[in-house]
Each structure stands twice: as C-alpha cells, then as structure tokens.
Design a protein around this ligand. Structure first.
Ligand code: ADP
Ligand code: MG
Length: 404
C-alpha cells in the first residue's frame, strides 16, 4: 500500500475539495496560533500551481451539530488570505481572494462554488455545524462531494476520525493525500518502522483512558517507557501507593496493573516518577514541596515530576536513538509546575544529533513551542491523537482512504 500523493496527479482544471485542520485557538474573535494554517500553505500552493479551483473545508471545536457563533471559521478567512498571498508571491502567482461561506453544504454553497472566479478560493463554514459530519452520514458526505471533482485530505490531525469529510467523502470522489500528511508520515515512520534503538516513549498528560490502548501496543515495541503527568498517578495507585487529592482515574487501576505486567513480560523498562512536586491548591498554592513517590500526603496534589525524576528521565533520553513524546509531565501552564515538562523538552533538543525525536499532542507541542525548541526537534506533529494512534500501529480511517 502506498500513499496517493497529490504529487502524482495533475489537478489541471479540477475542482478540488481540500480538507484541512483549521481547528485553531480563537480568542475574542482572533486566531491566537496560526501554526495549523501555515502548515497547509504548501499543499494549497501546489494545487493552485496545477491550476485547480479550491474549496477548503475544516472543523473548529465541538459545536455538536449546531451553529455556534463563536465557532465560525470567519476569523480564519482574512488570515489565510494574507498568509497564502505572502507565501505564493515569490513564485509570481496572482493574489487570491478567500470567499468565506456561511454554510458548508446546500444550494447557496453550490451556487457560490460555481460563481467563484479564477482567483477565488472558497472556504466552507465549520463542518461540525452539521451532525452528519461526525456521524459520517452518507447523505452529508454526498452533499460535500457534489461541490467538487476531486478530494484532497491534508488534515493530518483528524485522520484517526471516521467522519464524513475525512472518510465518507473519500468513497465518492478520487481521494489524495496533501503534502502535510505526507510530511507527517515521513516524520513518524522512523518511529514505527525499524526505529533506531533504544526506542524511548514518553507519555504524560491528564487522561490515561484515551492513551491506554496505545500503551498496550507500544510496550512490546519500546525499550523504555517513561510516564509522567496525571497519568502516572493511576500507575502509582496500581502499585499500591497513595496519591492524596491528585487527579486519578480509579476505574483504570486494573488496566494500569495489566500494563505493568505487560512491561515485565516484554522486558520493557517502565519508569514511573520517583518524586513529585506537590501542592495544597492548584490555583492558589500556599505550599509547594517535593516528596518521594511513596510519601504523597493525604492532602497533597501531585502537579509535576520532581527533580530526581527529571534527572532519571533525562538520562534515559540521553541513551535513546529514537524518542516519541506525547503529553506534558505536569500542569506546565503554571510556571511553578512546568520544570518537568521543560526538562523533557530540553532533553529532546539535546539529543538532536544522536536521536530521531518526535513530539505529538496539543499540549506537549505548545510546551516545545513556548520553550523555543521547535527547530531542535526532528518532527513536531500537528496532530496529537492521530500521531499517537499511528505510532501505536492502529489503522487510521482517514489515512486508509488515501492509500492504494
Ligand atoms: P496532550 O494534549 O499533550 O496529549 P493531554 O490533553 O492528555 O495532553 O493533557 C494535557 C493536560 O494535562 C495539560 O493541560 C496539563 O495541565 C495536564 N496535566 C499534566 N499533569 C497533570 C497533573 N499531575 N495533574 C493534573 N493535570 C495535569
Ligand atoms: Mg490535549
């Protein structure tokens, strides 16, 4: 099976429905981080260069099938127009205009698509304003497909979802992978196929439930697994320690035990924090201290890994030849609790010359960005769940439709 890349086709006079991931942070009507928009510019420029007419679509947030004013893609339109025109100018392209619609399907959308001029690009409204998007309703997929002759998916971050715009529509139109999807897979393949050993997997973040099945397939393949964040608390419980008032998922304790057994069976080094930064109150801490993993007090809230753990994890990363990291080590959004996450980010940057390093996941990527270390990481993924599931060897429904 091979990726059906847009490089192998000429989109000459075609109308192309381009699925992107513009699920960007919007604050007070302004896009506060443009990374995901920037990431799609090479694909857009490539298709324009072929002479294609573009109809761009994306989801934004979780409006649950209803119009939510704050989740319109309106703030994206002027930004996309400005960024795209800057991007294509050196190649001598005519400036493009983004025509943002108020809906993504229906007669007005069809009329607007047909009326679009040679230098117009249509941006459809948030796909998730229709319930049919997330339920992968064939009728909704058909309405989307009616707008175009071909379909290109460059929304790497949503490839693990079987939605109408990521899966359904690909049954109805010739489907291809955009350049971002291609680049993401190139970055991840060095983790999934014959990774240079030792392979160190670092998992953190808040929830264990979304990540546990991933661990199950990663443990046999990794040499070392490092666990931090609130995720580690559930493992501590599984080992019989107390976690005070820390975030835990009690119903996952048995699963955590199973993971510990699995690691023993496969001879995978499975390291939990040996010490923790604890506090009495997350938002208004009056006391912050570091305690060892077996002596978290009844009132303590574990909010970061401690210094001894930082050193331990750092040493493991130094020996690695491949590193994959998803999920912060602590509540890094608050400076007092960010040392663990920053230490991991720096440790990855430090092995740039000796290891292939990959970071995925919204929050971990934000931490790497804010530390200014993005360029010292080999691959920073635009998709958290998608990269994690891909690395774990799961089949991504959206990706499957782009293979032949
Ligand atoms: P990612 O988006 O990187 O995959 P998650 O969404 O699973 O990660 O979790 C990120 C969140 O986990 C962060 O907002 C962080 O504050 C939180 N977090 C990390 N460690 C802890 C902890 N010990 N207690 C509570 N929350 C934590
Ligand atoms: Mg997250």
């Amino acid at each position: 099976m091979e990726l059906k890349s847009i490089r192998k086709v000429d989109f000459g006079d075609k109308r192309v429905l381009l699925r992107v991931d513009y699920n960007v942070p919007v604050n007070n009507g302004k896009v506060s981080d443009t990374t995901r928009i920037r990431a799609t510019l090479p694909t857009i420029a490539h298709l324009l260069d072929d002479g294609a007419s573009l109809i761009i679509c994306s989801h934004l947030g979780r409006p649950h099938g209803q119009v939510e004013e704050s989740l319109r893609l309106t703030p994206v339109a002027p930004l996309l127009e400005e960024m795209l025109n800057q991007f294509i100018k050196p190649a001598g392209f005519a400036p493009r205009r983004i025509i943002k619609l108020d809906d993504c399907v229906g007669q007005p959308a069809r009329t607007a698509v047909e009326a679009a001029g040679a230098n117009d690009i249509v941006l459809l409204e948030n796909l998730r304003f229709h319930a049919g998007e997330t339920t992968n309703d064939p009728g909704f997929a058909k309405q989307l497909a009616m707008l175009a002759d071909s379909y290109v998916n460059d929304a790497f971050g949503t490839l693990h979802r079987a939605h109408a715009s990521t899966e359904g529509v690909a049954h109805l139109l010739p489907a291809y992978a955009g350049l971002l999807v291609e680049q993401e897979l190139q970055g991840l393949i060095q983790v999934t196929e014959n990774p240079a050993k030792p392979l160190v997997i670092i998992l953190g973040g808040k929830k264990i439930s979304g990540k546990i099945d991933v661990l199950e397939s990663l443990i046999p393949r990794a040499d070392t697994v490092l666990i931090g964040g609130a995720m580690a608390n559930t493992f501590l419980l599984a080992q019989g320690h107390k976690v005070g008032r820390s975030v835990v998922e009690d119903d996952m304790v048995d699963t955590a035990k199973h993971m510990l057994d699995l690691a023993t069976q496969h001879n995978t080094e499975f390291l939990l924090p040996v010490d923790y930064v604890v506090t009495d109150d997350l938002l208004n801490p009056t006391g912050i201290s570091t305690v060892s993993a077996d002596s978290i007090g009844g009132d303590d809230i574990a909010v970061d890994i401690g210094r001894r753990t930082c050193d331990l994890f750092q040493r493991e990363i130094q020996r690695a030849r491949t590193v994959f990291w998803n999920g912060p080590m602590g509540v890094f959004e608050q400076e007092q609790f960010s040392l663990g996450t920053l230490t991991i980010a720096k440790a990855l940057a430090d092995v740039f010359k000796t290891a292939h390093t990959v970071v995925g996941g919204g929050e971990s990527v934000a931490a790497v960005n804010s530390a200014g270390l993005t360029r010292q990481i080999h691959h920073v993924s635009t998709g958290g769940g998608a990269s994690l599931e891909y690395v774990a060897g799961k089949e991504l429904p959206g990706l499957k439709m782009l293979m032949a």
